[in-house]
Ligand binder design. Structure first.
Ligand code: CTP
Ligand code: CA
Ligand code: CA
Length: 672
């Protein structure tokens, strides 16, 4: 921080005379220190790992950087490194096609849980074992945490705001950090405003040119030229860019991962920035370049406009282009989309996004799931999968410190899909004695029996088990979030979610149990609620027991409902029960398009499997983000995407238990 400002060059006296004051005020400057989201000097970064799962395998296997490698799941590929992409290999290739394109390709299968085994492992025969295996994303989750730890280590402890936005990406609000650097480098900013007036304009920066080093710079808008003197927003973003460059270097040096970065004034722009140049590059979008940068985009590539909302907007206005939508007035947008959404869309097209970078790194729930192709139709089969789910979840609970009683979940939830119907049952996990795997399994069995007793449940096409409502042992009955809430919010939290919970939990349950349920949505619920335009409905519609499959069409800023999609943009997350909803478009040529990512599938079945994969990933990402799932539960998951498949095989006699031998990355990792 104390290094001299080498990136800046002195301004000529003539230029300084020409414009004596900055367009920004002392108030704007101090807003940086308090992370004010409307501050025009705000600096936000998005960091996204290059071909993440593929890099994780490269690091684990110690392969050369130029070795083509892909991560295989059954016969498909879920991540492809850049050397392999050069051969034309992509996620939509099968392993066989990819090998044809590049015979030297390493196609590493993901780790799997297997019936009868007691830990996930990398298995040579995994690709042929879709019936008995379930994908484990634990290795990537653990690497993700190590990366997060490095990022946090490289930011000053008291000046960091880090949001884990997916398994391989974070948002950083660097404003307060940059503010501190500015005051140190430019002492003229540290003094009080003239006459104590915070609306006084700042002096102009004592520099005329900025050294952007290797950053990709987005071209400027028409009315700005590269020779216009920089103002404080440019300087701030440059400092942000230095910070990101250092973080990326640290991740590379310590863990051998490369990543892309985007630096801009908000989340919307920084995310578009990180996707702009890949791999291993960073892109800066200065405020004066925003309009030009955005005008070339389809708005459906924007964060939160990749899904249903984007579709609604493009249908309403018959265009996907930002340029076209810029011509639509705020009034018209409000008229067609409702006030809140209309305003939100209006601002978004102009690069305005005041959503918070929301630090949340604690896991709020965990989920383990599997879709069955073909469906399963006996209690025995379902029970065997429950064993695996429980083993999967319990291993992760151990890592969360459940054995040491550091944290433990309060509720367990089973979701079950039969045809178009989703059923779910939830119960409270008894407190007071240490939680073990058998207890969890017993609870899961009870929930399953409740569902089965209702009849008409076979065949079953998807099962998922989750635990949630994590509590810190120290805080007793209050989740840690309770302590973050103040006054009205805390009160609202105490009242509102309970009512929703009763609405949403379907089917009969023990009355005593119902009374004891405690909400655990935490502070995010309020962010979500506040930011969700009412016109687009509630943030988490839940599939009801009556078979109604409600799509959780989330509003623009319902961040808990967004996740990265294939294109690196964001999409509203479909509700659990709607993973297989008609999300596809059949084209004339018998090609089935995935509406979420545009992938072409040749049969409805292939499309279905592909969509399950999206679904699984979304669940998984929601866990990474510690957000809500199933309406009343904070989310989580490792799920098992599976294109096509066979019937689950014979029962394994030995039940899975806690992992005994560890793979690399299975050991417990702590991070702040
Ligand atoms: N992933 C997935 N399913 C998707 C999208 C992504 O399983 N629909 C996994 C990928 O395997 C990937 C990780 O999640 O490694 C992060 O996804 P993303 O950032 O979108 O892609 P990357 O593979 O990291 O590639 P890029 O370099 O383009 O970021
Ligand atoms: Ca990535
Ligand atoms: Ca990503």
């Amino acid at each position: 921080m104390s290094s001299p400002p080498q990136s800046f060059q002195g301004s000529s006296p003539a230029a300084a005379l020409a414009r004596r004051r900055s367009q920004f005020t002392y108030r704007n400057l101090s807003q940086m220190a308090s992370y004010n989201t409307s501050c025009p000097l705000r600096v936000v970064a998005h960091v996204d790992l290059d071909c993440f799962y593929a890099q994780a395998e490269m690091v684990r296997l110690g392969v050369a950087e130029d070795q083509p490698l892909a991560v295989q799941q059954w016969q498909g590929l879920i991540a492809v490194n850049y050397p392999a992409r050069a051969f034309g290999i992509g996620r939509m290739c099968t392993a066989t096609e990819a090998k044809k394109l590049c015979p030297s390709l390493i196609a590493q299968h993901v780790a799997t849980w297997r019936e009868g085994d007691d830990t996930w492992a990398y298995r040579p025969d995994a690709a042929d074992s879709i019936a008995t295996d379930k994908v484990s994303l634990d290795p990537y989750r653990l690497e993700s945490r190590r990366i997060l730890a490095v990022i946090k280590e490289h930011l000053p402890a008291h000046l960091q705001k880090v949001e884990k936005a997916g398994i391989d990406e974070v948002f950083l609000d660097l404003s307060a950090h940059v503010h501190a650097v500015l005051l140190e480098r430019f002492p003229e900013l540290a003094g009080p405003p003239p006459d104590g007036d915070p609306s006084a304009q700042l002096p102009i920066p004592p520099i005329s040119a900025l050294d952007w080093q290797a950053d990709a710079l987005v071209d400027l808008d028409d009315e700005h030229g590269e020779f216009d003197d920089p103002d404080w927003d440019d300087v701030a973003i440059l400092v942000g860019s230095e910070i990101v460059r250092n973080i990326r270097a640290a991740i590379r040096d310590k863990l051998r991962y490369t990543c892309a970065g985007g630096i801009a004034r908000n989340k919307l722009l920084s995310k578009l920035g990180s996707a702009h140049k890949k791999p291993n590059q960073q892109t800066v979008i200065r405020n004066r370049a925003v309009r030009h940068f955005l005008s070339g985009f389809k708005f459906t590539k924007f964060r939160n406009l990749g899904g249903k909302l984007g579709e609604q907007v493009s249908q309403t206005f018959n265009t996907e282009s930002v340029q076209d939508l810029l011509a639509v007035s705020a009034e018209q947008l409000k008229l067609k989309l409702g006030d809140d959404t209309g305003v939100w869309v209006y601002n978004t097209m102009r690069g305005i996004d005041t959503s918070e970078v929301n630090p949340r790194t604690q896991i709020k729930s965990m989920l383990s799931a599997k879709s069955f192709r073909p469906s399963i139709s006996t209690v025995e089969q379902a029970t065997r999968w429950l064993r695996i789910f429980v083993a999967d979840i319990f291993a992760r609970l151990v890592e969360e410190g459940v054995l040491e009683n550091k944290r433990r979940p309060k509720t367990i939830n089973l979701h079950y899909r039969h045809g178009s119907q989703t059923r779910s049952r939830q119960s409270v996990i008894p407190q007071g004695r240490s939680l073990d795997e058998e207890t969890l399994y017993g609870l899961a069995r009870t929930l399953m029996n409740q569902i089965i007793q209702e009849g008409q449940v076979w065949p079953c096409s998807n099962l998922s088990l989750s635990v949630g409502g994590f509590e810190d042992a120290i805080s007793g009955n209050m989740g840690i979030d309770s302590f973050l809430l103040k006054g009205d919010e805390a009160q609202a939290r105490a009242l509102a979610p309970r009512a929703r919970l009763e609405d949403e939990v379907s089917g009969p349950s023990h009355p005593a149990e119902k009374r004891r349920r405690v909400d655990d949505g935490g502070i995010q619920r309020f962010f979500t609620k506040r930011e969700t335009p009412p016109s687009l409905g509630s943030s988490d519609a839940v599939a009801k027991d009556n078979g109604g499959e409600t799509l959780g069409s989330r509003g623009p800023d319902a961040e808990s409902g967004t996740t990265a999609d294939l294109n690196g943009s964001s999409v509203p997350v479909p509700d659990e029960g709607s993973a297989t909803q008609a999300n596809d478009q059949e084209t004339g040529a018998g090609v089935h398009l995935c509406a979420q990512c545009g992938a072409r599938m040749e049969s409805p079945d292939a499309l279905q499997s592909h969509q399950d994969w999206h679904f699984a990933k979304e669940l998984q990402e929601r866990e990474e983000r510690g957000t809500l799932v199933f309406g009343n539960q904070p989310s989580a998951s490792a799920a098992s995407p599976q294109p096509g498949g066979r019937k689950p095989g014979p029962a394994a006699s030995k039940r899975p238990g806690r992992p005994k031998k560890t793979e690399r990355g299975q050991q417990k990792l702590s991070f702040g």
